[in-house]
Ligand binder design. Structure first.
Ligand code: UD1
Ligand code: MG
Length: 483
């Protein structure tokens, strides 16, 4: 069996060009580290190449080499340093040794992240079956500006790639572009590259010039037009980045909708690539699901909520405008609106977190509630407890953090301050407005506030006094003089 999906690519080396600065992005970060679709650009390119099972994947790094290495080495990519960066042709020359004896070389720019594995497979297939020296992935674009253009020789073959800056007036009409993704036969590539000269205003060696050299030697150069032209798009500007990001987000939302997720106003919803969402979950407009968030079936994530690295059970309702991070919510919980979960929080089944409530490293037991205006930090709360409005745990004494432990069926009255370390036993009560500095035993009532005294008639007397004095003091308002 040797079809496009099972063929071995052990004779293929993959080379990703990732050394450039990305001047047009106007950034202090290397271009390939800019994000689109929730990942660095180069990360997408590597992931598209991994399933090819090529002999090796090499990246040429240069600008911010250490940071780029950090992003791709964990994915099993070897790197070659290109210093200085004298153009895409030069990038290939410095990688010659690393490529070694591989018969074929797939070259990809690190800034074209929408490329898909299937497209690379058919590029290799076409190259091998056409016995070509080079096969170029191209695309036909309505607006080809900024790209090198394909100068065809005949129906299927290519004479040259003309860079934008070198186009003649009539060549400007060419709308088939070079994606910078190629398959080369190594034995033909190296001699051709050796003949490329830096004949351009940047004095760089352009890989694109190797195409005309191959053609002049009578070698076959083929072009494969990408089925989806977006796969050929590079990111040279911030506008390019935004366009590519939009496509990734659209693909991910389409995947989720295909899996039975309802998305309202889909173009407003941002979902990172590793997020999973269960059937019949509804995502309202403006929701962001980031990182490795996992949402089970039948949840509702209402408008404006941002979930990052969250795990949600079934039938959870996240009311509008919640910010939830690195925490776990079990089934049938209702949270929000305007709630915040900071890392390592855990809401057990059927619990309820209401508006303007913040939890950090805290657990809310089954059926327990913290409905309004609270801060719960480093706190463990048992089941069926009620945390009154405005309850604050004082977990920090200016030096270290201390835990708060609240048992089962505890009732904490509104506006209470729990000074940690502190324990409230099962069934305990805390009187509203208390400052609790000592443990409250099970089933006891803790009160920590001054006793109220009422002074009969005090207010009426005060009003009489103020009324009397104000008639003495009140002055006639001054009339403005008009001249
Ligand atoms: C390149 C092609 C152009 C094509 C376009 C597609 C050349 C000369 N031009 O133009 O025909 O239409 O891509 O997106 O190849 N890089 C290095 N070392 C260098 C220079 C660049 O590694 O010395 C890397 C960059 O980091 C980038 C890639 O090569 O990932 C392409 O370079 P870039 O400057 O983006 O080339 P384009 O102008 O887009
Ligand atoms: Mg580019």
């Amino acid at each position: 069996m040797d079809n496009a999906f099972t063929m071995s690519n052990k004779d293929v080396a993959v080379l990703i060009l990732a050394a450039g600065k990305g001047t047009r992005l106007k950034s202090s970060f290397a271009k390939v580290l800019h994000h689109a679709g929730g990942r660095p650009l180069v990360d997408h390119v590597v992931r598209a190449c991994l399933p090819l099972h090529a002999r090796k994947i090499i990246a040429v790094v240069g600008h911010q080499a250490e940071q780029v290495r950090g992003a791709i080495e964990p994915l099993g990519v070897a790197t070659v340093l290109q210093q200085p960066q004298n153009g895409t042709g030069h990038a290939l020359l410095v990688s010659k040794r690393a490529i070694g004896t591989a018969k074929f070389v797939i070259v990809l720019p690190g800034d074209a992240p929408l490329i898909r594995t299937e497209t690379l497979r058919s590029l290799i297939e076409k190259h091998k079956s056409g016995n070509a020296a080079a096969t170029i992935l191209t695309a036909v674009l309505a607006d080809p500006s900024g790209y090198g253009r394909i100068l065809r020789k005949s129906g299927d073959t290519v004479a040259a790639i003309i860079e934008e800056s070198q186009l003649s007036t009539e060549q400007r009409e060419l709308n088939e572009i070079n994606s910078s993704i190629y398959c080369f036969t190594a034995a033909k590539l190296w001699p051709a590259l050796g003949r490329v000269k830096p004949d351009n205003k940047h004095r760089e060696l352009y890989l694109t010039d190797a195409i005309a050299v191959l053609n002049s030697k009578g070698e076959t150069v083929l072009a494969e037009i990408a089925g989806d032209p977006r796969e050929a798009l590079g990111c040279n500007t911030r506008a390019d980045l935004a366009g590519v990001d939009r496509t990734f987000r659209e693909w991910k939302r389409d995947e989720l909708m295909g899996d039975g997720v309802t998305i309202q106003l889909p173009e407003t919803v941002v979902v990172d690539p590793e997020v999973t969402v269960g059937e019949d979950t509804v995502l309202e407009p403006g929701v962001q699901l980031l990182g490795k968030t996992k949402i089970s079936a039948r949840c509702t994530i209402r408008t404006g909520s941002v979930l990052n690295d969250m795990v949600l059970g079934e039938d959870v309702v996240v009311e509008p405008h919640c910010v939830l991070t690195k925490s776990r919510i079990e089934s049938e919980v209702v949270i929000g609106p305007f709630a915040r979960l900071r890392p390592e929080s855990h809401l057990l089944r059927g619990s309820r977190v209401g508006n303007f409530v913040e939890l950090k490293k805290s657990t809310l037991g089954e059926g327990s509630k913290a409905p309004h205006l609270s801060y719960l930090g480093d706190t463990k709360i048992g089941s069926k407890s009620n945390i009154g409005a405005g309850t604050i745990t004082c977990n920090y004494d200016g030096f270290v953090k201390h835990p708060t432990s609240i048992g089962n069926r505890v009732f904490v009255g509104s506006d209470s301050i729990l000074v940690a370390p502190i324990k409230l036993g099962d069934g305990a009560y805390v009187a509203a407005g208390s400052v609790i500095t000592e443990n409250v035993p099970p089933d006891a009532l803790g009160i920590g506030r001054g006793r109220q005294t009422n002074k009969p008639g005090w207010a009426a007397k005060k009003r009489r006094e103020l009324g009397a004095s104000s008639t003495h003091v009140r002055k006639k308002p001054k009339r403005k003089k008009h001249r």
